[in-house]
Design a protein around this ligand. Sequence first.
Ligand code: C5P
Length: 233
Amino acid sequence: MGKDVIIALDFKSGEEALSFLDQFKEKKPYVKVGMELYYAEGPSIIREIKKRGHKLFLDLKLHDIPNTVEKAMAVLSRMDVDMVNLHAAGTIEMMKAALKGLTREDGTRPLLIAVTQLTSTSQERMTEELLIEEDIAKVVIKYAENADVAGLDGVVCSPLEAGKIHDVCGRDFLTVTPGVRFDDASRGDQVRVTTPAKAKEIGSDYIVVGRPITQADDPVAAYERCVREFVEE
Ligand code: C5P
């Protein structure tokens, strides 16, 4: 399975995102477009980024009734994105419907990965507000297993969970992991972080890196450092 570095394009406008991408003259990085940029610009920003030769993970985290998710996924699939996601909390039935909607007439489809429990959800809130009494680590594994049963390609998770998820769901089940920082840098608001090299060691398949690249003095050099540490070394 090819490992790759995905840059989180957390910009508020298409103009900012595209001028950021203009700096990458040679290798066109895999990028992630999230809700902020997508809701600001709509499908046109996706078409423009794809036209420039980037692979694209559209991070919209769908969660609705199976029929609605199936139809929405069919629309995303026609936009020629390479990876999309949803909330595993929508149930196995919803995840299966999503896969069905994503699959094009020729049998091809973007990769589909699940969010298990958001990393912003604490054990305490999950127990008190969502009335889920299990240990959060166990819930994350169970949701990953559900995604695997539904036929999804993998999950978004902390790099620190990637090893365990591979143990349970198999080596081919993808782990896409944010929360990556260089050894010598600030963590921002991320609490549990790992370096690109450590994420590789634990077995992440894709790392999602935002501010360590987008806010760097030299974003291209920061991206290349990630690729060197995560993919090449
Ligand atoms: O700037 P930074 O490297 O922290 O960006 C990480 C990206 O990954 C952001 O787009 C963030 O929304 C996303 N993400 C995350 N933690 C999760 C899921 C997604 O940081 N659990």
